[in-house]
Design a protein around this ligand. Structure first.
Ligand code: ZN
Length: 144
């Protein structure tokens, strides 16, 4: 993807983030994430029904990379099954760790494909995705 297009997508998702603002609804699973190497603090809410991610909401104080990545994470994962979300998550984490990954399934999240070059920003891009991973892991632990 062209660098200007990448920048545009990141800026657009920072200035007009999607799914920002919490609902405080009891049917949502919740988690809080902090990034000590930046100002980032995010609250995440996820609604899973019939094994499908019906909704994701987030809010918090965070930098441009963190907010834009959270926004893109929500639009990428809403509507996916838990299994599809886990596969996307795995590929996103691989991309940021410079491991082989599937470009096709990452949708707009591909805009962070060279963020590994800037280690300080890596955690910013990862924070919301780690939050979803945490919630999905909790969900699995509860099912056992
Ligand atoms: Zn940050």
């Amino acid at each position: 993807m062209d660098n200007n297009i990448k920048r545009e997508i990141i800026l657009e998702n920072y200035q007009n983030p999607k799914n920002k603002g919490l609902l405080n609804d009891d049917s949502y699973l919740k988690t809080n994430m902090n990034n000590e190497s930046c100002i980032d603090e995010l609250n995440l809410e996820v609604k899973i029904e019939d094994d499908i991610i019906k909704d994701i909401r987030f809010d918090g104080e965070a930098c441009a990379i963190c907010i834009s990545s959270a926004s893109i994470m929500t639009t990428t994962l809403i509507g996916k099954t838990v299994k599809e979300a886990e596969t996307i998550l795995e590929n996103f984490l691989n991309m940021l760790d410079e491991k082989p990954y599937d470009k096709e399934i990452l949708e707009e999240a591909i805009v962070y494909d060279d963020i590994y070059k800037n280690p300080n920003r890596k955690k910013c891009a990862l924070l919301s995705w780690w939050g979803i991973e945490k919630i999905l892991n909790q969900l699995k632990a509860n099912e056992k």
